[in-house]
Design a protein. Structure first.
Length: 255
């Protein structure tokens, strides 16, 4: 697995390079943001990037934003490294498109664990990408979710239904129930996973909100598949708003 290290400080860059090489990764280094951005645009660009926030010419946050704007089923997994520890800075880093945020000085064991997660995610995305053209063409709204509840893939129908830009939700937590708090939503997802584990599928009608605030109903089904030894949850949804409206009209006219 090739990994980009973008760090302008020589000692830190050499230390990271030595550490990752010892762990068995193929390392590509960049000493500033412009060089890092050039590497990430190459056809065989590393799938994982360790980016320092503060770099000459282009900072890590700007690179994250640019990466996020690209439409690809296999986005670069970005770990942003910074000495900034304020909550607002961490939020800014993650909202810019970084998947992970590590503060300096970092613990080597923590970094290695996060790289393992990054490698697992990228390998799953590559497996999914092999079948993505079929999924993209499906008229049903399809999203693929990893075991941590993160969106790995969405097809065009899914993005259009919710009003998202293509690929906008990749790398973000799946949201099935807009009205629930974070804790309630996590509990509900756990119940869905348990149901899928027991019977193979979960289905229900769900009310959603689009990006513009308008509401609509879907018939949702969640199942799971095993890809390269990893569990992937498949969410298939179909807009049933008109069907529910017709049913409601018939019921009202009968009274």
């Amino acid at each position: 697995m090739r990994i980009l290290i973008a760090e302008d400080e020589l000692i830190s860059r050499k230390m990271l390079q030595s550490m990752l090489t010892e762990w068995g990764y193929q390392v590509v280094v960049a000493a500033d943001g412009s060089e890092a951005w050039r590497v990430l645009q190459e056809p065989d660009a590393p799938r994982i990037a360790l980016l320092d926030w503060t770099m000459p010419e282009m900072d890590g946050v700007e690179i994250c934003r640019r990466l996020r704007e690209r439409q690809t089923p296999t986005p670069t997994f970005v770990i942003l490294i910074s000495a900034r520890t304020a909550t607002a800075d961490i939020v800014t880093g993650l909202e810019s498109g970084a998947h992970e945020y590590i503060t300096k000085p970092f613990d080597a064991a923590e970094l290695r664990a996060r790289l393992r997660v990054a490698q697992t995610v990228t390998e799953l995305q590559e497996s999914v990408a092999m079948h993505s053209q079929v999924l993209l063409a499906m008229k049903e709204q399809v999203a693929l979710i990893d075991e941590q509840g993160m969106v790995m893939f969405t097809n065009h129908a899914f993005d259009a239904m919710f009003g998202f830009a293509p690929g906008e939700q990749i790398g973000r937590p799946i949201v099935l129930f807009d009205e629930l708090s974070s804790a309630e939503h996590a509990k509900r997802l756990t119940e869905i996973v348990s149901k899928v584990e027991r019977s193979g599928v979960w289905s229900s009608e769900i009310c959603h909100r689009r990006a513009d605030g308008s509401s609509f109903w879907t018939e949702a089904q969640v199942s799971r598949v095993i890809v390269s030894g990893k569990v992937i949850y498949v969410v298939v949804q179909q807009d049933i708003t008109q069907r529910r409206d017709r049913k409601s009209t018939r019921l009202n006219s009968s009274h």
